[in-house]
Design a protein around this ligand. Sequence first.
Ligand SMILES: Cc1cc2nc3c(=O)[nH]c(=O)nc-3n(C[C@H](O)[C@H](O)[C@H](O)COP(=O)(O)O)c2cc1C
Length: 130
Amino acid sequence: MNIAVRYYSRKGHTKAVADAIAKAAGVSAVSVDSAGADINEPVDFLFIGGALYAHRLDKHLKEYLSGIKGENVKKAAVFSTAAFSKHAVDLIKKGLAEKGIDVEEEFFYAKSMPSEAQLKDAEAFAEKFL
Ligand SMILES: Cc1cc2nc3c(=O)[nH]c(=O)nc-3n(C[C@H](O)[C@H](O)[C@H](O)COP(=O)(O)O)c2cc1C
């Protein structure tokens, strides 16, 4: 199974979740603004996450979602961190759905910086889809 993990994180909270998911999947988590983030070859499963800033996604993640090639992603699941809202999950799911990507209903969310226990939960979340 070909897995990709993509995220955008300003302060490292969402990156911590991305790294836990990537560890479970045996791949590296890649920030959407880094070279090599584009998915140019088909993947079976994409884990993609971000946080909420002033009720919105960061522009890097918004741009990434706009440019994603839906035909290269068979299925996806979303993760997010935010102080109090899960709205980023809805926004990311919407961006994926607009590209025709089949998105798992279940998502992973942590309140800002995930605890060690939550990082274990993030690994367990990923394992459900592997
Ligand atoms: C400028 C700014 C705006 C934020 N706005 C929101 C918000 O509207 N809703 C919310 O729940 N959290 C908000 N947060 C909290 C972040 O979403 C939260 O700390 C998140 O875990 C940051 O993830 P990151 O470290 O991956 O960037 C905001 C944080 C910052 C710095």
